[in-house]
Design a protein around this ligand. Structure first.
Ligand code: MD3
Ligand code: FE
Length: 217
């Protein structure tokens, strides 16, 4: 078949790799959009600055976060949840750019999840040394929708676990421009990010930004 997205790649051109029944890595698929995404991120962060949330356990997160869309993810001593308002400003979160919703919907469709319309995008910023401990994403209302993640900047090593915390994890590197889509049987897998290694990315400097698109409400 011509133009088979799942065909083996020649060199490092964009291609799709199925990692599990409900998990697809779209290598390099967002790379051509990176400069535009970065401009959009700067505009969003001017309205809703990156901040270090505090976990219910009282720890300040190393990863800095903000959100756009109808709902944003918040954590405080009362717990994790999605909120229509940015607790920092008391205002609604910045709108999700149409091009972002489109990108997430296209990526989901390529991975086999047609009709995905994101209502929340969590934006995570990592600096060298930052990590995200093993967790499940379960604050969303409907687990039938997938999650779409876009990686920008420095590469990160992911841990992809099972449905129980005790299951052993596979490791994989996510690079600038990679889009990971996971849903269906993999939606509630444990996952995390190992401490970010140092480096300089031509577009982002000593930083990695990850966008996760969700159907939260
Ligand atoms: C889900 N973010 O915001 S997304 C999060 O890179 C979050 O900032 C990470 O986890 C980040 O909640 C990871 C990519 C990812 C990778 C593998 C997974 C999510 C996954 C495997 C199963 C479920
Ligand atoms: Fe997560």
């Amino acid at each position: 078949m011509m133009d088979d997205l799942f065909a083996p790649p020649a060199g490092d051109e964009p291609h799709a790799e199925r990692l599990a029944a409900g998990t697809v890595l779209l290598h390099g698929m967002a790379a051509p959009l990176a400069a535009t995404l970065l401009d959009d991120i700067r505009a969003i962060a001017a309205q809703a600055p990156f901040r270090h949330m505090v976990t219910p356990g009282g720890y300040r997160m190393g990863v800095a976060t903000t959100s756009c869309g109808e709902l944003g993810w918040v954590s405080d001593p009362h717990g994790y949840r999605y909120s229509r308002l940015d607790p920092g400003s008391g205002q609604p979160w910045p709108a999700m750019p149409d091009s972002w919703r489109q990108l997430a919907g296209d990526a989901a469709a390529r991975a086999g999840f047609a009709g995905f319309v994101a209502d929340a995008c969590l934006i995570n910023r990592y600096e060298p040394g930052c990590k995200l401990s093993l967790h499940q994403d379960k604050d969303e209302r409907d687990f039938s929708a997938p999650i779409v993640s876009v990686s920008l900047g420095l590469p990160a090593v992911f841990e992809l676990g099972g449905l129980k915390r005790s299951e052993r994890c596979a490791r994989l590197t996510l690079r600038h421009g990679d889009i990971l889509v996971w849903g269906g049987p993999d939606r509630l897998r444990y996952h995390g990010v190992l401490p970010l290694a140092g480096g300089e990315h031509p577009l982002l400097g000593a930083c990695r930004i990850n966008l996760t698109f969700r159907r939260a409400g």
